[in-house]
Every structure is written in C-alpha cells, then in structure tokens.
Write a protein of this length. Structure first.
Lengths: 417, 155
C-alpha cells in the first residue's frame, strides 16, 4: 500500500518510479482521479450537432457515451448496460433515437433512462421480472455534464466542484480564446504508446524537452527556448498553459544560447516553408499554447494547427493519445488547406511530436526495474510551485504531482501545493 | 494508358524493397516530378474527414519529410519489412492508371522482436514518365490507425 511516505521531497522534485509501474496505484487512480472529483473533456458540440447524434469516448478506463437529446440537451452516461454490464453502444459515433444493448435488448433513452425491457412481464404471465422491479432506478450511470464554448466536459463524481471553478480563470481564458468561433472537426488521429499515462500528462507540461527532443523545431529555426514564453497555472497548480510568442527572439541570441547544447540550430531550410508559416488569428502573439487540464485533457495550438488530445489509459503500461484536429467554421478553403498541411507537425507522425512516443517508451522501460529510485523534476529550481516567464523549466510537473498526491490520499504533511 | 502488368508489379516490388533498405532517394525517384503522398486513417476516410497523418500535396513536402527523417526526427530504432500484395488494376478514364494494392509493414527492433506495425491499402495513380511508370498520387489508407508508438519511416 503506497502512503504519503513514498515522497522523498516535499516539493515533488523527486517522483519514485513505482508510481508509474504499480498496478495497485493504477487501480487507485481510476477510482480517485478518473472517477473522482475531476472533469474530463468528452467531445465537442460540433461533433453531435443534431438530436440523436452520439459519440463514444472514455473517462479513464470507463467507456462513456455522449449524445444530444430531442430537446438539444447534451447527456453523457457510462456505456454499460444496467443488466449484464455489456457495452450498450458499440459504434463509435452515429445517430439514434435510443440505445439498445444487443445482449438482451434492454433499451435506454437519450437521457440514459431505462425505457424498455423485453418480456418484462414474461410470456402468458410466466417468467419476466417481478412487478416490484424499478426501471427508474436502473438507467445508465449518468455523468454530470457542462461545457465551455462548445467543449463538453463530464465528471463521474457528484461532489466535483463546478467546471468553471475546477478550470480556474487562466484555463477558462485559454479555452475561450481557442473556441472564440464555432469549430469544425478536420479529423482524428490515435497513437498507442507503451508507457504509463502520467508520463504523457507530464510531457505536455514539460517546457524543457520541447526544443531538445523535438529537434525539428530548432533545426529549421521554428521554435526555440530563447523565445518569450513560459508557464501559467491555475490556483491549485493542477492545470497548466505552456505558452510562447512568435518572433520574440533573434537568430543571433539563439545561436549563442544553443552553442552549448548538442542541438544544431537553424541550419536547414524546408523546401516548402509555407507549411510552417504562422498566421495570427486570435488577436495576440501566441504561436504556442498548450493547455493541460488535469488529469487527461490537452488543448493544443501550435501555430495554426489546433487540436484537443485525450490521454486514454489502457492499463499501467499503455495509453492512447486520441487527438481531434479542428479548424473554424469560417475558415477559407486556403486556411483549411494550410491547417491540413500544418497538421504534419503534430500527431503520431508529427514533425514536432513523433518523438514523444519513443521518449516515453524508453523512460517507462528503463525505470521499471528500480521502483524506489526517483526521477528528477528540478528545472526552474525546487521549492514553491509558481508561474514562470521563461521556458527552461518543468515546474508544472510538480503542480501535477501535488494535486495527484492530494487526490490519491498520499499528500505528505508540509508538502508544497 | 496501356496495361503493362509486369511494369506495375515491378514498381511495387521496388517500392517496398527500397523502403526496407532505407534507400529513400531511390524511393523518391519512383514518384513523378509533380506528386502527392498522403497517409490517411480509415477512421477519417470513412467519415469524409480531410485530416491526414502525413499530408504531402507537393513533391517538395515529400522531400522535406525525408530530410527531416534524416536530419531532425528521432524515432524507435527498427527495420521495416513491407509485404505488398497483388496490384488490382482499377478501370477508369482518369489520367494514367489507377491501382489498389494491399500492404502490411512489420517492424523489427534491435533485439529481434517483430511486430505488425501497419496494414492497409495503397490507392495509387500511376503515369508514364521518363520511359517508365511513376507514382503521381499515393493514398496510403491505413487500417491500423491506432499507430503503435509513432510513424516515422514511410509506409
């Protein structure tokens, strides 16, 4: 049983490898984090525009269906029949008037309520359910649902704080910025990584790795740690925005800074440089805004490439990154083409993201044999967890672990928050 | 365009062989001067969604892919083995010759463990150029769209 004694340091600057590899911890995460008082991104209003539209998704290990009812209201429920526990909706998306389990054809309405049971009264008075069976008590387990500008979130916990409070002002501002116009889904991609899901949650908060692991950024002079940028968190430090401003450094300053790193800066040119061009579209200079929402939702702007990522755990040793690529309804055909080209930057084959799959797998593989040793999280210094207006830091990882420890009930006395 | 099955078979045999030998410049030479190369998940294709995993709508973008693979990107150390099935010639009146070819790619790591990395279908349009067949358009329609680890070396 893991306890608060597991932490070597009260500022979460050391994280024992056990936390990435222990099946009992994984089970506790499912219960206390994913089924606990957190909110998860479920999908977009734009994906279920019509009454009856549904999509299947996940909250941690739990299969979930989100759909729109005849009145236009959005509901989400656990995709598991009250009768025998089978998946009710097997398709990933579609349109339906009701959801019927194939096993014994129990039937549920778009609000998740149990609406019909075959042979409920038996045949010729024989068999069937007792008269006292209460159909209203046996609907699909419902999630609480709320949305920010068309981004639908859900929680399995009745006692979760309201979504807006959970996200906090900086995250709300970023979501309002990203979803400032109606969006259009351009497509999905999926990546299966043989590593623990938390390595990815950390990775999206890790500013330090970006221009070192993803050398494409620096090789072609696209994004460098010398730019104006940093990290901004919510009050509880569980979420984070990694941000940077376009054209905010000079080539000369970058050459000097990278002289000591084993990364060759700005020495090649693309034959099709239009692919990486940045056209500002939110009335600010940000060309990088990666918004990580605890535990497993990430909203990503890399130049004009816009996406939402869900981290979907698949056991202690594997997760899927499910990415929804978006543009705006009012994009010109030229802008849509630009986004499709720029999508080359991200996803499992992305010029500036493919390496994450390899980096997390080798970290997971090599850390397993010695669970009592610990990773170092100390870029930007230890101690207090706070926003930084520079890029060489991994402070938001400590924020992630601080809230993680609280939810898992392993927060040590005197720990930073 | 006259049907020269032997030339089509030769082209796809070269295609897989050159990739597995990591002879990417020779592989690029199988494409026409103006060409497209897109890798699209079946999930998006069936829903009519345009986003691709790899989207090269010019030869320059395809050459950038290979340059980045050599100079910048890092990926799992492995070898590829393409198993390319029989080309199915698709009748039609468009430019050149339309073909559909099923494929599988196995990846083997440094310690000799092989896994199925991808299965799918090539939908290509081939043209005559420079005395031989060249690939004008290639759509790699990916059945295995839950990409294992990452996609770096070309399919």
């Amino acid at each position: 049983m893991v306890t608060a004694a597991i932490w070597p340091m009260l500022d979460y600057s050391r994280v024992p490898y056990r936390l990435y590899h222990d099946a009992e911890i994984y089970a506790r995460e499912q219960q206390r984090i994913f089924q606990g008082p957190t909110w998860s991104f479920l999908g977009l209003d734009a994906e279920i525009p019509l009454p009856g539209d549904f999509r299947a998704t996940w909250v941690g290990d739990t299969p979930v269906v989100v759909n729109r009812d005849a009145t236009g209201a959005v509901h989400a429920f656990v995709n598991r029949c009250a009768h025998r526990g089978a998946l009710v909706r097997r398709e990933l998306s579609g349109n339906a008037k009701e959801h019927i389990c194939i096993y014994h054809q129990w039937c549920y309405g778009l609000d998740g309520g149990l609406s019909a049971i075959p042979f409920r009264r038996g045949i010729r008075g024989q068999g069937g359910l007792d008269a006292g069976f209460d159909m209203r008590a046996h609907g699909l387990r419902r999630l609480r649902v709320d949305a920010v500008c068309g981004a639908v979130f859900g929680t399995l916990a009745a006692d979760a704080e309201p979504l807006e409070d959970y996200l906090g002002p900086p995250i709300m501002a970023q979501l309002r910025r990203l979803f400032d116009r109606p969006v259009r889904v351009l497509g999905y991609n999926r990546q299966r990584i043989r590593a623990n899901w938390k390595l990815y949650a950390e990775n999206t908060r890790d500013n330090y790795h970006a221009s070192l692991l993803h050398e494409f950024l620096v090789t072609f002079g696209l994004d460098r740690s010398t730019q104006v940028g940093g990290v901004r968190m919510d009050g509880r430090h569980r979420h984070n925005i990694t941000w940077a401003e376009a054209n905010s450094d000079t080539a000369e300053f970058a050459r000097e800074a990278y002289a000591g790193a084993r990364v060759r800066n700005d020495y090649l040119s693309l034959k099709e440089p239009a692919m990486v061009a940045f056209h500002p579209e939110h009335g600010d200079k940000l060309n990088l805004a990666v918004t990580s929402v605890f535990p497993s939702s990430v909203f990503v702007q890399i130049s004009n490439s816009l996406a939402i990522r869900q981290i979907r755990p698949r056991g202690v040793d594997e997760f899927e990154v499910f990415q929804t690529m978006i543009g705006y309804d009012d994009d010109s055909p030229e802008m849509t083409l630009h986004r499709l080209r720029q999508a080359n930057l991200v996803g499992p084959a992305g010029f500036v993201s493919m390496e994450d799959g390899e980096a997390l797998e080798i970290a997971h593989r090599a850390s397993r044999p010695e669970p009592d040793r610990a990773t170092i999280i100390e870029l930007g210094g230890g101690g207090a967890i706070s926003d930084r207006d520079y890029r060489v830091n991994d402070v938001p990882l400590r924020g992630f672990w601080s809230y993680y420890a609280e939810l898992l009930g392993i927060e040590p006395a005197g720990a930073v928050r | 365009m006259s049907l020269d099955r032997a030339a089509v078979y030769d082209l796809f045999a070269e295609y897989g062989g050159l990739l597995d030998e990591t002879r990417y410049d020779a592989w690029l030479a199988l494409f026409a001067a103006e060409c497209r190369y897109n890798v699209v998940s079946r999930e998006n294709h069936e829903r009519g969604l345009p986003a691709a995993l790899i989207f090269c709508d010019s030869r320059a973008m395809l050459e950038d892919r290979i340059m980045a693979l050599r100079e910048a990107n890092k990926y799992n150390i492995h070898t590829d083995r393409h198993l390319i099935g029989l080309p199915r010639l698709i009748p039609g009146d468009g430019e050149g010759l339309a073909v559909e070819v099923p494929f599988a790619v196995y990846q083997t790591d440094q310690e000799g463990e092989t896994r199925l990395f991808a299965a799918g279908l090539y939908r290509d349009r081939l043209i005559s150029a420079g005395g031989g067949l060249k690939i004008r358009d290639k759509l790699v329609l990916l059945d295995t769209f839950a990409i294992p680890t990452l996609l770096a070396t070309p399919l």
